[in-house]
Design a protein around this ligand. Structure first.
Ligand code: PLP
Length: 402
């Protein structure tokens, strides 16, 4: 038997498509190419100064040891207060858990609850990590396609049709990566009505892009819209996207205590809790001034307008106006069947993404990586000049296809 045999589930898992593109970008850059990347899912701003200072203070004040597994008490208090203040959830610090990023929260929730044969409903287009995490944790992802005509959102009828006795979880992500779609209060209400009739289904509300919401909309989350569902909703959030803190690795959640206890048990045998320094910085994040949120939201909204109007003036592309996050999800159906100046025939959205990288020096991720083709995901977390340059390069490339 070979020494290099892996865990079977891991062997079957796909490396993240976004990381694959990022690797390709790195390889092209190493060859000397000047690539503009519209791939990455992180704000291009620095973490606000008062938060960075709180991290430095944490080190100076000796917060450099293990913490309680579920997070330091002061951070859990701040998290509970955030959920009360911003989401109207009646929770206390005992109803919270802190982990090493939002991704870690999701993984722990799935790992703590899934058994062989359990299904997880994942509306598509989806964040690339959901199906992979589900499969790694022994479950089966039940992908439910959500079309552009439905705003890339799960309809109550599609949800109802997807639920069966094996359904363990539904994953809802609003605002969405990769489409920027946002569920309104009424849309969540309609999904809640379906869920009320299926008491065996847990719901993971991935609210990581909560604060990146445009056009003056207000944010809603399922447990707030239907409190009766709260005992089976894990409401997940974190500091990564809202406060430009992707590298600090702090995510958190609130949900039923039996679930939080199981996630804590798992975390205790795994990371022993998130970084103490980052936890102390996150206290300053949640309890401190919130002006950064408005500032970054305004910047992203302006960039959204710029990118969407550019894409809709590009031959072969078509893009609905996303309401949140920092992604545009553009149909590239109009490019399929065409040939690029370098002679590449474009048959799939992946062909388009690769040709854009090779011939226009712009990196985007193909929609099929997120479960819906033919699309391109364009992350506009990039300064205006580079963004404009990238949009112009995309337009030139598309216009030159025949
Ligand atoms: N959920 C979604 C939809 C995301 O796009 C991401 C990051 O890209 C995360 C969760 C995880 O965020 P983090 O682990 O950085 O907190």
């Amino acid at each position: 038997m070979t020494l290099e045999r892996l865990n079977t589930r891991l062997a079957h898992a796909q490396p993240s498509a976004t990381y694959r593109i990022i690797d390709r970008v790195a390889a092209r850059r190493a060859e000397g190419a000047k690539i503009i990347s519209l791939c990455t899912g992180e704000p291009d701003f620095d973490t606000p100064e008062h938060i960075r200072q709180a991290g430095i203070d944490a080190i100076r004040n000796g917060h450099t040891r293990y913490t309680q597994v579920a997070g330091v008490r002061a951070l859990r208090e701040a998290v509970a207060q955030k959920f009360r203040r911003e989401n109207g959830l009646a929770v206390t610090w005992q109803d919270t858990i802190v982990s090493s990023g939002g991704k870690h929260v999701i993984y722990n929730a799935l790992a703590a609850t899934l058994n062989d044969g359990d299904e997880v409903i994942v509306p598509a287009p989806y964040w690339v990590s959901y199906p992979e995490m589900v499969e790694l944790c022994g479950g089966t992802a039940r992908i439910v396609p959500c079309s552009g005509e439905d705003g890339f959102k799960l309809t109550p009828a599609a949800l109802d049709a997807a639920i069966n006795p094996a359904t363990r979880w539904l994953i809802l992500n609003s605002p969405s990566n990769p489409t920027g779609a946002v569920y309104s209060q009424q849309e969540l209400r309609a999904l809640a009505d379906v869920l009320l009739a299926h008491p065996h289904v847990l719901v993971l509300a991935d609210d990581i892009y909560e604060h990146l919401l445009f056009d003056g909309q207000t944010f809603h989350t399922l447990a707030e819209v239907e409190p009766e569902l709260a005992p089976r909703v894990l409401t997940m959030n974190g500091v990564s996207k809202a406060y430009a803190m992707t590298g600090w690795r702090i995510g958190f959640a609130t949900g039923p205590r039996w679930l939080l206890a199981a996630m804590e048990k798992l975390q205790g045998q795994q990371t022993s809790g998130a970084s103490a320094i980052s936890q102390h910085a996150a206290i300053a994040t949640l309890n401190g001034p919130q002006a950064f949120i408005q500032q970054s939201r305004a910047v992203f909204e302006r960039r959204r307008d710029l990118v969407v109007s550019f894409l809709n003036n590009t031959p072969g592309l078509e893009c609905a106006r996303p309401c949140g996050a920092f992604y545009a999800f553009a149909s590239c159906a109009g490019l399929l069947g065409r040939t690029t100046p370098a002679g590449t025939r474009l048959q799939t959205d992946e062909d388009v993404a690769h040709a854009l990288l090779d011939e226009a020096n712009v990196a985007v991720v193909h929609g099929s990586a997120f479960g819906l083709a033919p699309y391109l995901r364009i992350a506009y977390a990039l300064d205006d000049d580079a963004l404009l340059q990238a949009c112009e390069a995309i337009r030139r490339f598309c216009a030159a296809t025949r």
